[in-house]
Design a protein around this ligand. Sequence first.
Ligand SMILES: Nc1ncnc2c1ncn2[C@@H]1O[C@H](COP(=O)(O)OP(=O)(O)OP(=O)(O)O)[C@@H](O)[C@H]1O
Ligand SMILES: [Mg+2]
Length: 352
Amino acid sequence: MSSLAPPALGQASSRAGGGSVIRVEDLGKTYGGQVEAVKGVSFEVAAGEIFGFLGPNGAGKTTTVSMLTTLLRPTRGRATVAGLDVATQAARVRREIGLVFQDSTADGELTGRENLTLAGGLFGMTPAECRGPIEMLLSRMDLADAGDRRVKGYSGGMKRRLELAVAMVHTPKILFLDEPTIGLDPQGRAGFWRYIQELRREQQVTIFMTTHYLDEVENLCDRIAIIDHGRIIATGTNDALKENVGGDVVELRVPDRARDLTEPLRSVPGVREVLREANLYTVKCARAEGLVSSLVMACDGAGVTPEGITVRRPSIDRVFLELTGKAYREEGYDDGRAAQASAFGGRRGAKN
Ligand SMILES: Nc1ncnc2c1ncn2[C@@H]1O[C@H](COP(=O)(O)OP(=O)(O)OP(=O)(O)O)[C@@H](O)[C@H]1O
Ligand SMILES: [Mg+2]
Protein backbone atom coordinates (compact mmCIF):
# COMPACT_ATOMS: atom_id res chain seq x y z
CA MET A 1 0.00 0.00 0.00
CA SER A 2 1.47 3.36 -0.94
CA SER A 3 0.35 5.43 1.98
CA LEU A 4 -0.51 4.52 5.48
CA ALA A 5 -1.13 6.85 8.36
CA PRO A 6 1.53 6.90 11.05
CA PRO A 7 1.20 3.81 13.30
CA ALA A 8 0.11 5.85 16.29
CA LEU A 9 -2.99 7.01 14.42
CA GLY A 10 -3.94 3.55 13.27
CA GLN A 11 -3.82 2.12 16.73
CA ALA A 12 -5.43 4.98 18.51
CA SER A 13 -8.99 5.23 19.64
CA SER A 14 -10.59 8.48 20.70
CA ARG A 15 -12.39 6.85 23.57
CA ALA A 16 -9.12 5.45 24.80
CA GLY A 17 -7.58 8.93 24.60
CA GLY A 18 -5.71 8.37 21.33
CA GLY A 19 -4.86 12.06 20.93
CA SER A 20 -5.89 14.61 18.34
CA VAL A 21 -5.40 13.92 14.65
CA ILE A 22 -6.92 17.20 13.52
CA ARG A 23 -5.96 20.43 15.27
CA VAL A 24 -7.39 23.71 14.12
CA GLU A 25 -6.36 27.03 15.59
CA ASP A 26 -7.93 30.35 14.65
CA LEU A 27 -8.35 29.10 11.08
CA GLY A 28 -9.93 31.52 8.64
CA LYS A 29 -10.56 32.22 4.99
CA THR A 30 -11.41 35.47 3.29
CA TYR A 31 -12.22 35.05 -0.39
CA GLY A 32 -10.80 37.73 -2.65
CA GLY A 33 -10.00 39.92 0.33
CA GLN A 34 -13.72 40.56 0.78
CA VAL A 35 -15.90 37.58 1.70
CA GLU A 36 -14.90 36.45 5.17
CA ALA A 37 -16.30 32.92 4.91
CA VAL A 38 -14.54 31.43 7.95
CA LYS A 39 -13.73 33.84 10.76
CA GLY A 40 -11.15 32.09 12.92
CA VAL A 41 -12.34 28.66 14.05
CA SER A 42 -10.60 26.41 16.58
CA PHE A 43 -11.27 22.78 17.45
CA GLU A 44 -9.62 19.37 17.74
CA VAL A 45 -10.71 15.96 16.53
CA ALA A 46 -9.51 12.86 18.37
CA ALA A 47 -8.31 9.69 16.66
CA GLY A 48 -11.17 7.33 15.90
CA GLU A 49 -13.83 9.96 16.49
CA ILE A 50 -16.81 10.80 14.27
CA PHE A 51 -16.85 14.58 14.42
CA GLY A 52 -19.83 16.43 12.97
CA PHE A 53 -19.58 19.93 11.55
CA LEU A 54 -23.12 21.22 11.50
CA GLY A 55 -24.33 24.43 9.97
CA PRO A 56 -26.81 25.99 7.55
CA ASN A 57 -26.07 26.93 3.94
CA GLY A 58 -23.20 29.37 3.61
CA ALA A 59 -22.01 28.81 7.18
CA GLY A 60 -18.46 27.98 6.07
CA LYS A 61 -18.46 24.17 6.19
CA THR A 62 -17.08 23.46 2.71
CA THR A 63 -14.56 26.26 3.07
CA THR A 64 -13.28 24.70 6.29
CA VAL A 65 -13.13 21.20 4.77
CA SER A 66 -11.33 22.62 1.74
CA MET A 67 -8.67 24.17 3.96
CA LEU A 68 -8.23 20.99 6.01
CA THR A 69 -7.89 18.89 2.87
CA THR A 70 -5.39 21.37 1.33
CA LEU A 71 -7.67 22.40 -1.55
CA LEU A 72 -7.79 25.98 -0.26
CA ARG A 73 -5.07 27.95 1.45
CA PRO A 74 -6.09 29.53 4.77
CA THR A 75 -5.79 33.31 5.02
CA ARG A 76 -5.57 33.14 8.80
CA GLY A 77 -4.54 30.72 11.56
CA ARG A 78 -3.25 27.21 11.21
CA ALA A 79 -4.33 23.58 11.04
CA THR A 80 -2.59 20.24 11.26
CA VAL A 81 -3.95 16.92 10.01
CA ALA A 82 -2.13 13.76 11.13
CA GLY A 83 0.45 16.10 12.62
CA LEU A 84 1.15 17.74 9.25
CA ASP A 85 0.60 21.41 8.50
CA VAL A 86 -2.08 21.83 5.81
CA ALA A 87 -0.42 24.95 4.39
CA THR A 88 3.22 23.88 4.30
CA GLN A 89 2.99 20.07 4.04
CA ALA A 90 0.02 19.78 1.70
CA ALA A 91 1.28 16.87 -0.41
CA ARG A 92 1.91 14.74 2.66
CA VAL A 93 -1.46 15.64 4.16
CA ARG A 94 -3.18 14.48 0.97
CA ARG A 95 -1.66 11.02 1.27
CA GLU A 96 -3.05 10.62 4.78
CA ILE A 97 -6.65 11.51 4.04
CA GLY A 98 -9.67 10.43 2.04
CA LEU A 99 -12.24 12.97 0.86
CA VAL A 100 -15.86 12.58 -0.18
CA PHE A 101 -16.83 15.89 -1.62
CA GLN A 102 -20.23 17.57 -1.66
CA ASP A 103 -20.32 17.16 -5.45
CA SER A 104 -19.81 13.80 -7.12
CA THR A 105 -16.34 13.28 -8.61
CA ALA A 106 -16.60 9.77 -10.16
CA ASP A 107 -16.34 9.49 -13.96
CA GLY A 108 -19.67 8.26 -15.27
CA GLU A 109 -18.18 6.83 -18.45
CA LEU A 110 -15.91 4.49 -16.48
CA THR A 111 -16.97 1.45 -14.49
CA GLY A 112 -16.84 1.41 -10.71
CA ARG A 113 -13.73 -0.77 -10.78
CA GLU A 114 -12.01 1.55 -13.28
CA ASN A 115 -12.77 4.59 -11.14
CA LEU A 116 -11.24 2.86 -8.15
CA THR A 117 -8.12 1.81 -10.07
CA LEU A 118 -7.72 5.39 -11.28
CA ALA A 119 -8.01 6.70 -7.73
CA GLY A 120 -5.41 4.21 -6.50
CA GLY A 121 -3.11 5.32 -9.33
CA LEU A 122 -3.29 8.90 -8.08
CA PHE A 123 -1.77 7.63 -4.86
CA GLY A 124 1.00 5.78 -6.67
CA MET A 125 -0.60 2.34 -6.43
CA THR A 126 -0.13 -0.06 -9.34
CA PRO A 127 -3.22 -1.89 -10.69
CA ALA A 128 -1.92 -5.05 -8.99
CA GLU A 129 -1.61 -3.24 -5.68
CA CYS A 130 -5.11 -1.83 -6.10
CA ARG A 131 -6.79 -5.17 -6.77
CA GLY A 132 -7.07 -6.43 -3.18
CA PRO A 133 -8.38 -3.18 -1.63
CA ILE A 134 -10.76 -2.65 -4.56
CA GLU A 135 -12.38 -6.07 -4.27
CA MET A 136 -12.72 -5.61 -0.52
CA LEU A 137 -14.25 -2.14 -0.92
CA LEU A 138 -16.67 -3.18 -3.66
CA SER A 139 -17.88 -6.02 -1.51
CA ARG A 140 -18.08 -3.85 1.61
CA MET A 141 -20.08 -1.16 -0.21
CA ASP A 142 -22.50 -3.69 -1.73
CA LEU A 143 -21.17 -2.91 -5.20
CA ALA A 144 -19.54 -6.25 -6.04
CA ASP A 145 -22.11 -7.06 -8.73
CA ALA A 146 -22.02 -3.54 -10.16
CA GLY A 147 -18.24 -3.13 -10.28
CA ASP A 148 -18.02 -3.64 -14.05
CA ARG A 149 -20.98 -1.42 -14.91
CA ARG A 150 -20.55 2.17 -16.02
CA VAL A 151 -21.11 4.57 -13.15
CA LYS A 152 -23.58 6.70 -15.11
CA GLY A 153 -26.03 3.82 -14.73
CA TYR A 154 -25.69 3.71 -10.93
CA SER A 155 -28.43 4.94 -8.60
CA GLY A 156 -27.70 7.93 -6.36
CA GLY A 157 -27.03 5.66 -3.39
CA MET A 158 -24.65 3.47 -5.40
CA LYS A 159 -22.75 6.54 -6.58
CA ARG A 160 -22.33 7.80 -3.05
CA ARG A 161 -21.09 4.40 -1.90
CA LEU A 162 -18.62 4.37 -4.79
CA GLU A 163 -17.40 7.84 -3.74
CA LEU A 164 -16.72 6.46 -0.30
CA ALA A 165 -14.85 3.48 -1.78
CA VAL A 166 -12.79 5.86 -3.97
CA ALA A 167 -11.89 7.90 -0.89
CA MET A 168 -10.80 4.75 0.95
CA VAL A 169 -8.78 2.99 -1.76
CA HIS A 170 -5.42 4.04 -0.31
CA THR A 171 -6.61 3.07 3.22
CA PRO A 172 -6.43 6.53 4.78
CA LYS A 173 -6.99 6.73 8.49
CA ILE A 174 -8.73 10.10 8.28
CA LEU A 175 -11.81 10.62 6.16
CA PHE A 176 -13.40 13.98 5.32
CA LEU A 177 -17.03 13.85 4.20
CA ASP A 178 -18.65 17.05 2.95
CA GLU A 179 -22.42 16.52 3.09
CA PRO A 180 -22.04 12.99 1.76
CA THR A 181 -25.71 12.08 2.01
CA ILE A 182 -27.08 14.98 -0.03
CA GLY A 183 -29.58 13.63 -2.52
CA LEU A 184 -30.06 10.26 -0.80
CA ASP A 185 -33.42 9.00 0.42
CA PRO A 186 -33.72 8.08 4.13
CA GLN A 187 -32.93 4.44 3.37
CA GLY A 188 -29.86 5.39 1.34
CA ARG A 189 -28.71 7.68 4.11
CA ALA A 190 -29.12 4.97 6.75
CA GLY A 191 -27.11 2.54 4.61
CA PHE A 192 -24.35 5.07 3.99
CA TRP A 193 -23.99 5.78 7.66
CA ARG A 194 -23.85 2.07 8.45
CA TYR A 195 -20.72 1.84 6.26
CA ILE A 196 -19.21 4.84 8.00
CA GLN A 197 -19.75 3.28 11.40
CA GLU A 198 -18.20 0.02 10.20
CA LEU A 199 -15.14 1.89 8.91
CA ARG A 200 -14.68 3.50 12.26
CA ARG A 201 -15.31 0.33 14.23
CA GLU A 202 -13.22 -2.03 12.13
CA GLN A 203 -10.43 0.22 10.87
CA GLN A 204 -10.44 2.99 13.50
CA VAL A 205 -10.87 5.60 10.78
CA THR A 206 -11.30 9.15 12.10
CA ILE A 207 -14.22 10.85 10.39
CA PHE A 208 -14.80 14.57 9.96
CA MET A 209 -18.18 15.13 8.36
CA THR A 210 -20.18 18.18 7.52
CA THR A 211 -23.93 18.04 7.39
CA HIS A 212 -26.98 20.18 7.77
CA TYR A 213 -29.08 17.20 8.83
CA LEU A 214 -29.74 17.34 12.56
CA ASP A 215 -30.55 13.64 12.81
CA GLU A 216 -27.13 12.74 11.43
CA VAL A 217 -25.31 14.55 14.17
CA GLU A 218 -27.70 13.22 16.82
CA ASN A 219 -27.38 9.58 15.81
CA LEU A 220 -23.90 9.32 14.43
CA CYS A 221 -21.47 11.84 15.80
CA ASP A 222 -19.42 11.50 18.96
CA ARG A 223 -18.93 15.26 19.06
CA ILE A 224 -20.28 18.21 17.13
CA ALA A 225 -19.20 21.71 16.29
CA ILE A 226 -21.97 24.05 15.21
CA ILE A 227 -20.84 26.70 12.74
CA ASP A 228 -22.89 29.71 11.73
CA HIS A 229 -21.79 32.74 9.71
CA GLY A 230 -18.17 31.51 9.72
CA ARG A 231 -17.94 31.17 13.51
CA ILE A 232 -18.17 28.13 15.75
CA ILE A 233 -20.95 28.80 18.20
CA ALA A 234 -20.76 25.55 20.18
CA THR A 235 -18.63 22.40 20.43
CA GLY A 236 -19.26 19.27 22.47
CA THR A 237 -21.04 15.96 22.68
CA ASN A 238 -24.75 15.85 21.95
CA ASP A 239 -25.41 15.39 25.66
CA ALA A 240 -23.15 18.23 26.74
CA LEU A 241 -24.73 20.64 24.27
CA LYS A 242 -28.19 19.66 25.42
CA GLU A 243 -27.34 19.99 29.08
CA ASN A 244 -26.04 23.47 28.39
CA VAL A 245 -29.39 24.59 27.09
CA GLY A 246 -31.40 23.40 30.05
CA GLY A 247 -31.17 19.61 30.08
CA ASP A 248 -33.98 17.05 30.24
CA VAL A 249 -37.59 17.46 31.27
CA VAL A 250 -39.63 14.78 33.07
CA GLU A 251 -43.38 15.19 33.03
CA LEU A 252 -45.38 13.41 35.73
CA ARG A 253 -49.14 13.16 35.53
CA VAL A 254 -50.82 12.36 38.85
CA PRO A 255 -54.49 11.58 39.66
CA ASP A 256 -56.87 14.49 40.11
CA ARG A 257 -57.07 15.76 43.68
CA ALA A 258 -53.75 14.13 44.64
CA ARG A 259 -51.84 16.04 47.33
CA ASP A 260 -49.29 18.63 46.23
CA LEU A 261 -45.99 17.00 45.24
CA THR A 262 -43.94 20.10 44.50
CA GLU A 263 -41.79 19.88 47.63
CA PRO A 264 -41.17 16.08 47.60
CA LEU A 265 -40.15 16.28 43.94
CA ARG A 266 -37.98 19.35 44.51
CA SER A 267 -36.07 17.51 47.24
CA VAL A 268 -34.92 14.72 44.90
CA PRO A 269 -31.16 15.17 44.27
CA GLY A 270 -30.50 16.30 40.69
CA VAL A 271 -33.80 18.15 40.28
CA ARG A 272 -33.31 21.76 39.16
CA GLU A 273 -36.85 23.02 39.02
CA VAL A 274 -40.43 21.77 39.51
CA LEU A 275 -43.39 23.44 37.86
CA ARG A 276 -47.00 22.45 38.47
CA GLU A 277 -50.00 22.94 36.25
CA ALA A 278 -53.12 21.22 37.68
CA ASN A 279 -52.21 17.53 37.92
CA LEU A 280 -49.15 17.77 35.63
CA TYR A 281 -45.69 18.31 37.10
CA THR A 282 -42.77 19.40 34.93
CA VAL A 283 -39.43 18.47 36.47
CA LYS A 284 -36.26 19.97 34.97
CA CYS A 285 -32.88 18.27 35.41
CA ALA A 286 -29.52 17.85 33.64
CA ARG A 287 -30.07 14.16 32.79
CA ALA A 288 -33.30 12.22 33.39
CA GLU A 289 -31.51 8.87 33.31
CA GLY A 290 -31.43 7.43 36.81
CA LEU A 291 -33.70 10.15 38.13
CA VAL A 292 -37.07 8.77 37.09
CA SER A 293 -37.12 6.00 39.70
CA SER A 294 -36.21 8.51 42.43
CA LEU A 295 -39.07 10.76 41.31
CA VAL A 296 -41.51 7.85 41.41
CA MET A 297 -40.27 6.93 44.88
CA ALA A 298 -40.76 10.52 46.00
CA CYS A 299 -44.36 10.34 44.76
CA ASP A 300 -44.87 6.98 46.49
CA GLY A 301 -43.44 8.42 49.69
CA ALA A 302 -46.12 11.10 49.53
CA GLY A 303 -48.79 8.44 48.94
CA VAL A 304 -49.36 9.29 45.27
CA THR A 305 -48.95 6.92 42.32
CA PRO A 306 -48.19 8.71 39.03
CA GLU A 307 -50.52 7.88 36.13
CA GLY A 308 -48.01 8.71 33.43
CA ILE A 309 -44.36 9.69 33.03
CA THR A 310 -42.78 11.26 29.94
CA VAL A 311 -39.11 12.10 29.47
CA ARG A 312 -38.13 14.76 26.94
CA ARG A 313 -34.60 15.53 25.78
CA PRO A 314 -33.95 18.81 24.04
CA SER A 315 -33.12 18.45 20.35
CA ILE A 316 -30.05 19.86 18.62
CA ASP A 317 -32.57 22.18 16.97
CA ARG A 318 -33.27 23.61 20.41
CA VAL A 319 -29.52 24.03 21.01
CA PHE A 320 -29.25 25.98 17.77
CA LEU A 321 -32.27 28.09 18.67
CA GLU A 322 -30.86 28.92 22.12
CA LEU A 323 -27.48 29.87 20.72
CA THR A 324 -28.54 31.85 17.69
CA GLY A 325 -32.09 32.90 18.44
CA LYS A 326 -33.34 31.27 15.27
CA ALA A 327 -34.66 27.82 14.42
CA TYR A 328 -32.67 25.28 12.45
CA ARG A 329 -35.32 23.84 10.18
CA GLU A 330 -34.84 20.96 7.80
CA GLU A 331 -36.91 20.12 4.80
CA GLY A 332 -37.07 17.16 2.42
CA TYR A 333 -34.38 14.64 1.67
CA ASP A 334 -35.20 13.83 -1.91
CA ASP A 335 -33.79 16.67 -3.92
CA GLY A 336 -30.36 17.38 -2.53
CA ARG A 337 -29.44 20.86 -3.59
CA ALA A 338 -32.97 22.17 -3.89
CA ALA A 339 -33.81 20.90 -0.42
CA GLN A 340 -30.60 22.33 0.93
CA ALA A 341 -31.28 25.69 -0.62
CA SER A 342 -34.88 25.87 0.50
CA ALA A 343 -34.16 24.76 4.05
CA PHE A 344 -32.10 27.81 4.85
CA GLY A 345 -32.60 30.17 1.99
CA GLY A 346 -35.07 32.32 3.84
CA ARG A 347 -32.96 32.61 6.91
CA ARG A 348 -29.61 33.67 5.65
CA GLY A 349 -30.28 37.32 6.01
CA ALA A 350 -32.18 36.96 9.26
CA LYS A 351 -29.10 37.48 11.39
CA ASN A 352 -26.63 40.36 11.60
N1 LIG B 1 -14.98 30.70 -4.21
C1 LIG B 1 -15.67 31.56 -3.49
N2 LIG B 1 -15.57 32.89 -3.69
C2 LIG B 1 -16.25 33.79 -2.94
N3 LIG B 1 -17.08 33.43 -1.93
C3 LIG B 1 -17.22 32.13 -1.67
C4 LIG B 1 -16.53 31.12 -2.43
N4 LIG B 1 -16.87 29.90 -1.93
C5 LIG B 1 -17.74 30.14 -0.92
N5 LIG B 1 -17.94 31.46 -0.75
C6 LIG B 1 -18.79 32.10 0.26
O1 LIG B 1 -18.31 31.71 1.53
C7 LIG B 1 -19.38 31.46 2.43
C8 LIG B 1 -19.26 30.05 2.97
O2 LIG B 1 -19.46 29.13 1.91
P1 LIG B 1 -19.29 27.56 2.11
O3 LIG B 1 -19.41 26.93 0.77
O4 LIG B 1 -18.07 27.30 2.91
O5 LIG B 1 -20.58 27.24 3.00
P2 LIG B 1 -21.23 25.85 3.41
O6 LIG B 1 -21.43 25.90 4.88
O7 LIG B 1 -20.44 24.73 2.87
O8 LIG B 1 -22.66 25.94 2.71
P3 LIG B 1 -23.56 24.80 2.01
O9 LIG B 1 -24.37 24.21 3.13
O10 LIG B 1 -24.41 25.60 1.08
O11 LIG B 1 -22.68 23.84 1.30
C9 LIG B 1 -20.65 31.74 1.65
O12 LIG B 1 -21.05 33.05 1.93
C10 LIG B 1 -20.22 31.60 0.21
O13 LIG B 1 -21.00 32.40 -0.62
MG1 LIG C 1 -20.86 23.21 1.53
